[in-house]
Structure formats: C-alpha cells, structure tokens
Design a protein around this ligand. Sequence first.
Ligand code: MG
Length: 253
Amino acid sequence: MKRFFTAILLMAALQAGAQNTKVVAHRGYWDTQDNAQNSITALKAAQEIPVYGSEFDVNMTADGVLVVSHGPKLEEIPDVQKATYDQVKRVRLKNGEKVPTLRKFLKEGRKGDIKLIFELKVHPAGEIEDEAVRKSVHMIKRMKLEDQTEFISFSLEACRQFARLMPGAMVQYLNGKIPPKELKKMGIMGLDYHHSNFTRHPEWVKEAHDLGMIVNVWTVNKEELMQKMIDLGVDFITTDAPETALKLIDKSK
Ligand code: MG
C-alpha cells in the first residue's frame, strides 16, 4: 500500500515538473546556419521558437562600454574587459556580425516577447563591477525593459546589487554552492546552478520552491539529463539545444 502511494506521489511530482519546466536558450539559439553565440542572429532565432527566454553574456570594456560577449577572450582580443570599445568593434563574430553593444542587443530584444536573461560576467570586485551593474540597471530602466529582463551572475555581490537596485526583478545566482535558504536571506530569489549541484542536492529544488524561489539549471544539452531535470521539477532548463528540450517537455506533458 505504501509503495502504491509513493508511486502516486512520484507521478504527481513528475507531472508537476513536466508541466512547469520552461526553456532558456543559452547564448541565444546559435546552433543554426550562419549563426554565432551571443549574436543578434542568435537572439532573433530564439525569438522564433517558443522558449521562455534567451540568455546572453555581458562584459564591460576598459572604457566603460557594455557589450554582449562571453569573454574573457574575444577572437584575437585576449581579454574583452581590458580592451577598448574601439578594439572590440573591429572584431567579427563567426558569422561575420559585429559584437553587439548591449544597447543594440536590447533594442532587438525589445521587439520580441521572450525574456532577456542577462548574465553579467564577473568584473574586478569594487568600483569596476559596481559601475557595470549601475550602467546595466540604468540602461534597462531607460529602455523600460524591467519586466522583460532577468539577471544572472557568478558574482554574488552583483546579484545582491541587482536585487537591491531593481526590487522585484528576478535575480539568479549561478555558482551552485549556496543552499536556497542562504540565498534568500541575501534577497536573491533564484538559483541557476550547474546540473551536478541538483544531482548532489535534489532536495534543493523543493526547498527553493517552498521558499517561493525559482530554480534554473545550466547547461543541459543531453536528452537524458534534460529528462532528469524535468522530472526533478526545475522551473527552467538553460540549454544549447532548445528545440530538443521543448520537444521533450511537450512529450512529458
Ligand atoms: Mg552565460
């Protein structure tokens, strides 16, 4: 009898997970023809499929320009944070596109309705990172993108700053070492952890949900692992293979 109820509960949990999991395209939907990671083309491709959002990386150049690029290396530039914008704008991505400035990227993002999952890369702690956060928030507010943007970062301090400067914004911490309860105490309402953290701590998903927090997982590209995360009931799967994830979620419903 006990086993029967366990099976029912498990099925209910699986279904809840299956129905709720949404997909985030990692660095845009870049795995198509004439495309490149963190490009405007990748953002537009993500806008064409039913994903929840498109993730992108933001770095600030040495002269204070926010650009969409993973870094630190950017083609022939060894460290995008130490380069000037003048150097960055001469670089061409794999598909021939220029490196987008954040402003240009957001303008394109505003045309679609998917969420913009803004990853601020780690900058030197203190003044430089504070400036990167401040400029990011200023631009998001000026472009009235508060409701369409969510923030993620490996920098705990940057997450705290985003949460402080934009009350109500979804902020997710990326470095999976902190239990949900501890994050919440810092005012950070989301965790976006590497999948291995949820294999080690599957209980963190429920713990986070019970605390009213959001769970995202990166970067899940294999079907088997996607299914495992769907079954765990994560809210979002960040992936380089968004169409595979979408199909799998559909099938699990
Ligand atoms: Mg990223």
